[in-house]
Design a protein around this ligand. Structure first.
Ligand SMILES: N[C@@H](CCC(=O)N[C@@H](CS)C(=O)NCC(=O)O)C(=O)O
Length: 199
């Protein structure tokens, strides 16, 4: 990997976490969305969809967290065919349902034009969060999603988990999610990304 633009507190945290896990050599470019760094040259040159993550790799620019994680850490995916498919099922769920539930809180303008539509989407978030957290609580089987094996989906969930308190999630209602978060937070890679300003 040549260059990786990341933003504190966003889904790009999942990718930086896995880059650290695999000991990748990469140039980290931290962008501050709040400070409007998105208009900076470093940012505008890269993400084709205007979103992070979008690493520049030897093969070109990649987007979509699930695809990027599989690219940088294929050896971290479960080996057994069913477990590998299950990993993908959970990863897609995180990207296409859980992440989108969260985006409905503040980014309704992506899907609608009326303030009443935004208000309606935002009002639904506590319900969709409860439903999606219940699903995730159910799929976690051990210290990590796949028992003792730390996989890219754990990193993906770790990044999304950061948003939950702000999304009206009562984390004590999900003991397996809370335990998984503690297990990941204890990994040296998390201390490293915190030092790099990602958390
Ligand atoms: N489907 C994409 C979503 C990427 C995404 O929405 N990233 C957000 C940060 S969490 C972003 O860049 N937002 C900037 C914006 O909406 O302008 C993925 O899973 O990688």
């Amino acid at each position: 990997m040549l260059k990786f633009i990341a933003t504190k507190g966003t889904i790009s945290v999942a990718v930086v976490l896995v880059l650290e896990e695999v000991g990748a050599d990469y140039e980290l470019c931290l962008i501050d969305f709040a400070a409007e760094d998105r208009r900076s040259q470093a940012y505008l040159e890269i993400p084709p969809k205007g979103r992070v993550p979008a690493p520049v790799t030897e093969g070109g620019i990649l987007t979509e967290t699930v695809a990027i994680l599989e690219y940088i850490a294929p050896h971290m995916l479960p080996k057994h065919a069913f477990a590998c498919a299950k990993h993908r099922e959970i990863s897609y769920y995180l990207a296409t349902t859980k992440h989108i539930n969260h985006a409905h809180k503040l980014r309704g303008f992506r899907w609608a034009d009326l303030q009443t539509s935004y208000d309606d989407m935002r009002a639904k978030v506590p319900q969709t969060m409860v439903e999606s957290c219940a699903y995730l609580e159910d799929v976690i089987v051990g210290q990590y999603i796949f028992w003792a094996e730390f996989t890219p989906a754990d990193a993906h969930l770790f990044a999304i988990r950061q948003w939950m308190a702000g999304d009206w999630v009562e984390i004590q209602n999900y003991p397996k999610l809370a335990q998984l978060q503690r297990s990941i937070a204890a990994r040296p890679s998390v201390a490293t990304i915190a030092e790099k300003g990602l958390l």
